[in-house]
Design a protein around this ligand. Structure first.
Ligand code: GTP
Length: 308
């Protein structure tokens, strides 16, 4: 699809307000993932996340959506919901032009939601308010809409009322993404700048980097360099996330994808770093990069249920 039909967005929500359930419904309604293949919570598929009940890993999914006979490509970029990840959240927001602000219509706005909304506003994202769980008897969408207006100052007169669980309001959300979120800027002719918003280690292929092409384009086989860590690689494989990895030859400005380049350590593919071409470097890196702060996560799992 042309760049004018691409929409990159993320979902901002407090834990348990329904982000994963909504993401699953968007994937299902757009036919990205067939219902029979739908694992519980596709975007939330790490065991560790299940154990802790929080979203840690950022991931992304490309959806096809047709509105008024026009095909659109909607890229959902997942954001971690936990307070410890505000830098990672800010980088995934920087990869988007819009955000769904999902608020539980029976609970209202929570502090962490606010922090992430302010990050989104700083990144100049178009924010679409969504009131979820309207199926619950205790839901008060009108009161919560007013609360959002008062606390955040966001116009909620057209806030979408939905139930991610029951599948109510999902088409309205998809339509709002198309009509309200601006398309990416057409900077295809500029030197390559791609923003790394996630990476993970794959035992067979080395580090897999998730990125958004901000300027220019990247082709399979290109010699690339990471501007902050100054290392050079060959992009052996690039592709899109639909939501499983699907190889492609080239990704253009505005698109979201992954690459593998025999990178040995995730520390070499830091979130927020800028990918550019070795031979035709961008003059400056994308703003907002920050060095890693040491952080350790530890998961303990019993081998048998009776050991808990
Ligand atoms: N009644 C009702 N329950 C919902 C709805 N959407 C989500 N839930 C439930 O709310 C709980 C939390 O939903 P999740 O989608 O896991 O929330 P989340 O924000 O992704 O939570 P984390 O992954 O922990 O960040 C689950 O038990 C869902 O089944 C809804 O529209 N109506």
């Amino acid at each position: 699809v042309p760049i004018t039909n691409i929409r990159n967005f993320c979902i901002i929500a407090h834990i348990d307000h329904g982000k994963s359930t909504l993401a699953d419904k968007l994937l299902e309604m757009t036919g990205t993932v067939q219902k029979r293949d739908m694992k519980q919570q596709f975007l939330d598929n790490m065991d560790l996340e299940r154990e802790r009940g929080i979203t840690i890993k950022l991931q992304a999914a490309r959806m096809r959506y047709i509105m008024n006979n026009e095909p659109y490509c909607l890229n959902l970029i997942d954001t971690p919901g936990h307070v410890d990840f505000s830098y990672e959240v800010s980088r995934s927001l920087a990869a988007c032009e819009g955000a769904l602000l999902v608020v539980d219509a029976s609970q209202g706005v929570e502090a962490q939601t606010l922090a992430n909304v302010y990050l989104a506003l700083e990144s100049n994202l178009e924010i679409i308010p969504v009131l979820n769980k309207i199926d619950l008897p205790g839901a008060e969408p009108d009161r919560i809409a007013q609360e959002i207006e008062e606390i955040i100052g966001l116009d909620c007169s057209n806030a979408i009322r939905c139930s991610a669980k029951e599948g109510i309001g999902i088409i309205e959300i998809l339509d709002a993404i198309v009509t309200k979120v601006p398309p990416p800027k057409d900077t295809l002719k500029n030197p390559l700048r791609a923003l790394i918003f996630d990476s993970y280690y794959d035992a067979y292929r080395g580090v897999i980097v998730y990125f958004r092409v901000i300027d220019g384009s990247i082709r399979k086989g290109d010699k690339i360099c990471f501007m902050a860590n100054k290392k050079e690689y060959v992009a052996d494989e690039i592709g899109v996330l639909s939501p499983n990895q699907m190889e492609a030859d080239e990704l253009h400005a505005g698109e979201v994808g992954y690459l593998s380049a025999s990178i040995r350590s995730v520390a070499d593919a830091r979130v927020g770093d800028t990918i550019t071409h070795f031979a035709k470097r961008a003059e400056s890196a994308l703003p907002g990069y920050s060095e890693a702060t040491p952080m350790v996560f530890c998961g303990l799992f019993p081998l048998e249920a009776d050991q808990v």
